[in-house]
Design a protein. Structure first.
Length: 101
């Protein structure tokens, strides 16, 4: 058993396997960061267009005035949540290889 632990071929294969695993995981984090950033930008643009299109009818009807406040909050809360997730995955992408030692 002791000979297997000091075998350079096994150490090389183990190091190569660890490197491939870290590369695969960090690639996923980078991809998820890009996905959440893109989703936040697209969602903010779409919600802003909907808000601009509907604000006139909401102001005309006093019962719908509260829905304009709700939309105004949601325009910022949901995309900023997606931006925060993107930032978290981006930080993990940069620090993941350093934490495996």
């Amino acid at each position: 058993m002791r000979e297997n632990k000091s075998n350079p071929e096994l150490k090389f294969r183990s190091t190569e396997r660890d490197y491939k695993y870290i590369s695969r995981i960090t690639g996923r984090y980078a991809g998820l960061s890009l996905v959440f950033l893109t989703a936040g930008i697209v969602l903010w643009i779409v919600m802003d267009i909907i808000f601009d299109a509907c604000i006139d009818s909401w102001k005309a009807d006093p019962e719908l005035n509260d829905s304009s406040y709700m939309w105004n909050i949601l325009i910022y809360v949901i995309p900023y949540t997606l931006y925060a997730l993107a930032a978290g995955f981006l930080v993990t992408f940069f620090f993941c290889p350093q934490c495996t030692n």
